[in-house]
Ligand binder design. Structure first.
Ligand code: ZN
Length: 492
């Protein structure tokens, strides 16, 4: 079975209800947290002689953030149902537009529906309309890829009257790009492994301006990528390195995005217990995020030079697995002592970062589901950020804050360097004990960027959700696609 590289959630987005449809099945209208009914609901209120006013006054519909009330419209014509979505009292943020719309659409996917019309609340400025469309798109993608009966019943059409064509197209692209990353993560490891990941990327960008290059195991050996090969050595599925070049910025040095793509992480000989292995198809979320961002850059035609790198390997157990005590000479020439084969992501990234460095990028951003320690420090919903260049990080932080994606910086004090020194090689792939594990992992990576401006984003927590949220299914989240797209677009 191969992953479908050009999948798209089969929902039709338009600016208006199609002319052959007399009315929408459901109209979604926002209700702010205030005493009187907003003008947007007056039209509906009059259909039933003030029925909505009565419902509001008696507290049957509410404007609290998260409130969703589905009502039958008391009329033989016009829309059949009205979904009143509480907006709360402060909704000028892009992520409110994204999440409130997504939650409203998601609540309607329990049964087949025709046209769903989203009446964009006046509280959302026009420049956030793309977030509304993107939110609707992501609501329509879930993790149940292999149910005989689809668990999300997609409406035949979602209409966004009042949204400009530009904002609709942009929102669709952002939604698709987030869903692209999520779909790759949600695919089972028997479907998505290094070679099929690389094939999917090649097909995804066919016909676009983005140039894709794939290094197979032979090329990786020629290039001296012994670290990537070591991690993949125990698997019947050989490793790959994928490069995607987006050339929109003339002569400027490129931005490098580097993703960890361990398509399944058993832990290797340092085997994970079953419980900890259950979600390890998501250990390629960094690489999938890079693909999602590159997809958005290509579709939007962003005028920047960006190269995406995915280091892909499957970490398995066999007679050819790499071992504890092994010393690997990485592509950069630095030697790594392996003291835990489950700390494999940083080993894959060592070579991948070195390849990226060769393109003289203006900055390098890596994304990796790297450490459980980062989740211990920050919880499941927050990205850990570490850097050697506070200026680059502050740009990314400001984009993250605009997009409402949570990120927090962890320190990179020099004294941590001692903890990755090895007795037999240049460095070892674990710290001294478990303390500060997210940081010692970053310290390891820092050895392979050679002082170039670099930000490391540990997405181990937020990349994959155990529980659904009102606005999103459980499983892959596509975290950081929006933030990085914004950051790249805002690079002067
Ligand atoms: Zn691991």
């Amino acid at each position: 079975m191969m992953p479908d590289p050009n999948f798209d959630v089969s929902v039709n987005l338009t600016r208006e209800s199609s002319p052959d449809q007399s009315a929408a099945d459901v109209v979604i209208v926002g209700l702010p947290q205030q005493d009187s009914l907003p003008t947007s609901l007056n039209e509906f209120d009059q259909i039933g002689n003030g029925w909505l006013t009565r419902l509001q006054e008696s507290g049957q519909i509410g404007g609290k953030r998260g409130d969703l009330t589905l009502l039958g419209v008391p009329s033989n014509e016009g829309p059949k149902m009205l979904l009143v979505a509480g907006l709360g009292d402060a909704v000028h943020h892009r992520s409110d537009a994204f999440e409130i719309t997504a939650a409203a659409i998601r609540s309607l996917l329990d049964r087949p529906r025709g046209c769903v019309e989203v009446r964009v609340a006046e509280q959302f400025p026009a420049e956030h309309h793309d977030a509304i469309v993107a939110g609707a798109m992501t609501a329509c993608e879930g993790q149940a890829l292999y149910r005989s009966e689809p668990s999300l019943k997609l409406p035949t059409q979602i209409a966004f009257p009042g949204v400009s064509q530009d904002q609709l197209d942009r929102g669709r692209t952002i939604g698709q790009s987030i869903n692209q990353a999520r779909r790759m993560v949600n695919e089972p490891p028997a479907v998505l492994y290094p070679a099929s990941f690389a094939d999917a990327v090649t097909e995804l960008f066919e016909g676009s301006e983005t140039e894709v290059e794939v290094w197979d195991e032979g090329r990786l050996a020629e290039e001296g990528c012994r670290a990537i090969l070591a991690v993949g050595a125990g698997s019947a599925r050989p490793p790959r390195l994928v490069m995607m070049r987006h050339n929109g910025g003339g002569d400027e040095p490129p931005i490098a995005l580097v993703g960890k793509g361990v398509t399944f992480d058993s832990g290797g000989l340092s085997l994970k217990p079953s419980e900890a292995m259950m979600d390890m198809k998501c250990d390629m979320a960094g690489a999938a995020t890079v693909v999602g961002v590159m997809h958005a850059l290509a579709k939007i035609g962003v005028k920047r030079n960006v190269i995406g790198f995915c280091g892909l390997a499957e970490n398995m157990v066999s007679g050819t697995s790499y071992k504890l005590g092994d010393v690997i000479k990485t592509r950069s020439g630095k030697t790594i002592e392996i003291l835990n084969t489950d700390a494999e992501g940083r080993v894959v990234l060592a070579d991948t970062l070195d390849v990226a460095k060769g393109f003289q990028p203006q900055s390098i951003v890596d994304l990796a589901t790297l450490t459980g320690a980062c989740m211990v420090a920050l919880g499941r919903d927050v990205v850990g950020a570490m850097t050697n260049d506070p200026k680059v990080l502050s740009g990314i932080e400001s984009s993250a804050s605009i997009e409402g994606e949570l990120m927090w910086q962890l320190p990179m004090f020099r004294h941590y360097d001692e903890q990755v020194k090895s007795k037999v090689a240049d460095i070892k792939n674990i710290g001294d004990g478990r303390w500060g594990g997210a940081i010692t992992a970053a310290k390891f990576l820092e050895n392979f960027v050679d002082g170039q401006p670099w930000v490391h984003l540990d997405i181990a927590g937020p990349a994959f959700a155990e529980q659904p949220k009102a606005h999103r299914d459980a499983g892959a989240t596509g975290v950081m696609v929006r933030t990085l797209l914004r950051w790249i677009e805002e690079q002067a």
